[in-house]
Design a protein around this ligand. Structure first.
Ligand SMILES: Cc1cc2nc3c(=O)[nH]c(=O)nc-3n(C[C@H](O)[C@H](O)[C@H](O)COP(=O)(O)OP(=O)(O)OC[C@H]3O[C@@H](n4cnc5c(N)ncnc54)[C@H](O)[C@@H]3O)c2cc1C
Length: 505
């Protein structure tokens, strides 16, 4: 090697400059030159998690990587519609918060539109009467809340806003390319120990701590959680905060149906969508490289393919998915916890307003009914639905007219229960969902990394389960896979990220 001091000054400066550049390049992509991009990536599941991870993986690794997306049922997963009288209605994930920035980006990217909002009032029913009723007057609503519950609603709002503000940091981290290898690190970087603890305690404890009253929790918080998660205050504090943020308004949906985001992203990435049920993933090593063999079943029989990277974008706790792992040493452990069943019934009929204390159906003013935790009640919530396509002239049906209602319950509605809620009906369509984690059933968060290049996207559901959380997890998994593939370890699990992103160019 040349002795630096023997070179002329100009050459010495050039030498030093080139050395600095070389070191920088090595630090940002140390093994890119040797490793090259992955050849094939498999994604299992074509819900919003699978579709968005396919999109983000392509964004990072480039269009030359082959992306295979396995789907055993319909693209969209828990984003689905049912058809009543030639119109489609959301039967799964329905509303999106205005601060859900990945979902907002997808809609823009795909040229989709927000659906026009049609106003409708809400009320909370306790099986005998309404404990809280929304009016047309904003100030009157505020006054009623204050009259019944004192400052609880303000304290709730402040608590939720603080959580949301910290949660929004994730978008900055992700825009700077930072990823997290486990959920605890991710939560810690957003809100410190408090956020991690919020996945280990119930929402009621956190709310009582900030001065929300037990009465407000029993009447209002429980009703919102029953409507959103089908569970009451046994929901964890973090999941509860996210769900309560949604209840404060500013919600939207995609014109034409939320599932259009999934099909749109898959089309955009030109991923191969393979209609097949993945039954197993086995590990293979050849020439010092790790490969994953994905085994699947189709109507024609069984098959398999090899991949460099695999992302599981479905719940592993759902026994029906039943993917087995072979040749892994140590074996991939079973994940504790169960999923919560929610039954969605889409009913086209005439509401029995008398049951709710309105003998004259014309006077029934509500479009959304929430319920308190009362053993006599056999449903969690009821919503008068608007179709996924709303024309400029659309109006909500008058309360005495036949309308399409969505009823959420823990068990399928029996005939006599339908007769209680509806004077008569034309049709009932039922969908039973493995909807959300049973937040009481697991004490720790599942991993994101199951093996070197094998990722579990849906572990995030144990923090919160929503469309946006699936998209956040998708971006994290894509960044993590990319950073690990190129050994860019400076971009994984970094501490003090708020400071880092502020000082980075
Ligand atoms: C009734 C209901 C209401 C909801 N309301 C809202 C809401 O208002 N707002 C909101 O943000 N969220 C809501 N959610 C939650 C939201 O819908 C989910 O969090 C989100 O859609 C999950 O997306 P995912 O892609 O992670 O999982 P999924 O949508 O479950 O996708 C997983 C996919 O994997 C496929 N799959 C599973 N196993 C295999 C296999 N072995 N081989 C191949 N394919 C497989 C499945 O068929 C499925 O399509 C609601 C959920 C339900 C059920």
């Amino acid at each position: 090697m040349a002795d630096l001091h023997q070179l002329p000054r100009a050459s010495r400066v050039l030498f030093c400059f080139l050395t600095v550049v070389a070191v920088r390049v090595m630090r940002t992509e140390p093994s890119a030159a040797t490793a090259g991009p992955p050849g094939k990536i498999a994604v299992i599941g074509a819900g919003i998690g699978g579709a968005s991870v396919a999109h983000f993986l392509q964004q990072h690794f480039g269009p030359q990587v082959q992306l295979d997306v396995y789907e055993k049922d319909a693209v969209g997963g828990r984003l689905a519609t049912v058809t009543v009288n030639k119109q489609q209605y959301e039967s799964g994930g329905a509303s999106i918060h205005s601060l859900n920035l990945h979902m907002q980006d997808f809609v823009k990217l795909l040229g989709l539109k927000h659906r026009r909002e049609v106003a409708g009032k809400s009320a909370i029913f306790n099986g005998e009467q309404f404990v809280l009723e929304e009016t047309d007057w904003y100030l009157l609503n505020l006054f009623r809340l204050w009259w019944h519950y004192g400052m609880s609603f303000l304290r709730l709002q402040m608590w939720v806003e603080e959580v949301m503000e910290k949660f929004m940091r994730i978008y900055k981290y992700q825009a700077h390319g930072y990823a997290f290898s486990n959920l605890e690190e991710l939560l810690h970087s957003l809100g410190g120990d408090t956020f991690v603890n919020m996945t280990q305690r119930f929402v009621a404890e956190s709310l009582l701590e900030v001065g929300v009253t037990q009465r407000f929790i029993d009447d209002v918080i429980v009703a919102i959680l029953r409507a959103s998660y089908g569970q009451s205050v046994v929901v964890t504090a973090f999941a509860g905060a996210m769900s309560l943020a949604g209840a404060q308004g500013n919600m939207w949906a995609v014109e034409g149906g939320n599932k259009l985001v999934c099909s749109g992203l898959l089309k955009l990435t030109k991923a191969n969508v393979i209609q097949a049920t993945v039954i197993a993933i086995s590990l293979h090593n050849a020439e010092g490289k790790t490969f994953y063999q994905v085994h699947y079943e189709t109507e024609e029989g069984q098959g398999s393919s090899f991949y460099d990277i695999v992302v599981i974008a479905t719940q592993l706790q759902d026994r029906k998915n039943n993917i087995t792992f072979q040749n892994f040493d140590p074996p991939i452990a079973e994940f504790p916890g169960t999923f919560h069943t929610i039954v969605t019934s889409i009913i086209h009929g005439y509401l029995n307003s008398s049951y709710f204390g309105f003998p004259d159906p014309k006077l029934f003013p509500f479009a959304n009914l929430l319920t308190t935790d009362t053993s006599a009640l056999f449903f969690n919530s009821m919503d008068n639905l608007c179709p996924v396509n709303i024309s400029g002239t659309f109006r909500r049906k008058q309360p005495q007219e036949a309308a399409v209602w969505r009823v959420h319950s823990l068990h399928p509605l029996e005939k006599h229960q339908l007769k209680i809620l509806f004077r008569s009906y034309y049709s009932v369509q039922v969908k039973e969902w493995q909807a959300y984690p049973d937040y009481e059933s697991a004490k720790s968060l599942p991993p994101i990394v199951l093996h070197d290049n094998l990722y579990y996207l849906n572990s995030i559901e144990w923090v919160t389960s929503s469309m946006e959380m699936a998209a956040v997890a998708a971006k994290n998994v894509a960044l993590l896979a990319y950073n690990l593939w190129y050994q860019d370890l400076d971009k994984i699990d970094q501490k003090d990220l708020m400071h880092k992103v502020k000082t980075e160019l």
